[in-house]
Write a protein that binds this ligand. Structure first.
Ligand code: HAX
Length: 439
């Protein structure tokens, strides 16, 4: 499978030359100004990162290498014409910048299948944790445990030259991605199926094999997981899981450490954990109201109470987006195509009608529309993946595709250690008031 690596290098090395030229000859070009509000509101909108794999537009949503989700559904290779694109194809697109052929994705599937063996010590580490440890604790622990195998780390210690870093990072990245479905499925079966594990089927695609190892072999679940893995794969470089992976990688930490750190960020309730929170919040609401077919008024009251209690309405709002997340819409379309009737999905659609005006009326929530997490759990739930504590792990498996493709670029470009400046409150006070002073 060296040809995938060679294709990446052929294409990306042209960009590397541009990176070096721009940095050297145009390093003093001003990109914008930074306001106090931007710094104090979580660095929103500050152009601060170089990320090749995808770009997020506030009013349009995500584009992967320029392609919207709808375009990916048309252009990326599938296993059958009626199905969903293969995540392998999206990884290829993010890494190389070109839409792959069917043969390219089949080769990538085969490459990952040959790398997918998980060493026994990783299972031992998972098994050493209490069975009811949070799935994301087990997932990140397993990822960090695999650093033992890092070829990048070994090469660095052996003194390999900086210009070869990307090659070793590529090897770690491919191996790590290949192993994740097995690890996720292992945690799932350990927690919810008495440790009765299902062997991988090397003839299946990456997402299909994940469904299989979790115990779901229907065509529809495999299609759903392929779609799920595509839409959660990347959301440009500034989101917490992507930025953390990139930041930790800038210290030349290996891919396992970097991605493991990113996953601890994904586990936060304002980020990937929101996909679990949505289902918990809906269940709590239905329990409190005492029905699974609530009226719009009952839902509105519950939302008002959530806000009154100082809690967030999970699945709504976004740090960048100012529209309904296209990743929400494409999942709604999946539900319309395959699912005739499901009470939880009906409630999700009802919340979509009821919540935005209430959130908008607060006057402070910048985006009252649903994000990807508002619906993803209800689809999994429909197909029998009812253990919602596990949902963020599935998000994490998918997120590897974008953030790890980016990590290969980081090492190819030779991006240096990241080190922004920080200041005490007295400095901000001086900037704001024009005179120094303590708080
Ligand atoms: N419910 C209640 N309040 C909300 C809200 C929501 N859904 N979304 C934003 N707000 C509040 C913020 O907490 C903030 O309040 P304070 O001023 O009192 O601190 C105010 O509105 C302004 O926030 P914002 O500028 O609109 O949003 P942020 O960029 O600060 O935060 C979040 C973006 C996604 C974190 C936020 O919208 C949120 O907490 N949403 C609910 C959790 C969620 O769904 N997270 C998943 C996001 C998608 C993702 O990353 N998936 O992985």
């Amino acid at each position: 499978m060296e040809y995938i690596k060679n294709r990446f290098f052929d294409r990306a090395s042209k960009c590397m030359a541009e990176f070096q030229r721009i940095r050297k000859d145009h390093g003093d070009v001003v990109l914008g100004q930074v306001t106090i509000d931007q710094v104090l509101s979580g660095m929103k909108g500050i152009p601060a990162l170089l990320t090749e794999t995808s770009k997020l537009d506030a009013n349009e949503g995500i584009r992967f290498r320029g392609y919207s989700i709808q375009e990916l559904q048309q252009k990326l290779p599938k296993l059958d014409a009626d199905g969903e694109p293969l995540p392998e194809g999206l990884f290829y697109l993010m890494l190389i910048g070109e839409i792959p052929t069917q043969e390219d994705v089949e080769n990538l599937s085969k490459d990952w299948a040959t790398r997918a063996h998980v060493p026994q010590h990783v299972f031992d580490v998972i098994d050493a944790l209490p069975k009811n440890s949070r799935p994301m604790t087990q997932f990140t622990t397993a990822i960090i445990a695999m650093a033992y195998d890092s070829v990048f780390q070994k090469a660095y210690r052996a003194g390999v030259g900086k210009k070869y870093y990307w090659d070793f990072m590529y090897e770690d990245v491919m191996t790590l991605i290949a192993r994740l479905p097995r690890i996720a499925a292992y945690i799932y079966r350990r927690m919810y199926h008495n440790g009765k594990h299902i062997d991988p089927n090397p003839n299946l695609d990456w997402a299909g094999n994940l469904a299989h190892m979790m115990g779901f072999d229907s065509v529809e679940v495999k299609r759903l997981l392929r779609l799920y893995m595509v839409i959660h794969a990347d959301h440009e470089g500034g989101n917490v899981s992507a930025h953390t992976t990139h930041l930790v990688g800038s210290a030349l930490s290996n891919a396992y450490y970097s991605f493991g750190a990113g996953m601890t960020g994904l586990a936060g309730p304002l980020h990937g954990f929101a996909n679990q929170e949505v289902i918990s919040w809906i269940n709590e609401m239905l329990e409190q109201i005492g029905t699974d077919v609530p009226t719009d008024e009952q839902i509105a009251d519950y939302i008002e109470n959530t806000l009154k209690n100082g809690r967030v309405v999970p699945g709504y709002g976004h740090a960048v987006l100012r529209i309904t997340d296209p990743r929400f819409t494409v999942q709604q379309q999946f539900a319309e195509k395959y699912i005739k009737h499901d009470k939880t999905i009906d409630v999700v659609n009802q919340i979509y009608r009821v919540a935005p005006p209430i959130l908008e009326a607060t006057g402070k929530i910048k985006n009252p529309w649903p994000n990807v997490d508002a619906i993803s759990g209800s689809l999994l739930n429909h197909y029998g993946i009812v253990e919602h504590n596990f949902y963020t792990v599935l998000f994490g498996v998918s997120r590897s595709l974008g953030v790890l493709a980016s990590l290969v670029y980081d090492r190819l470009y030779g991006l240096p250690i990241e080190r922004p400046s920080s200041f005490p409150m007295s400095w901000f006070k001086e900037k704001a008031d024009g005179k120094p002073g303590d708080c």
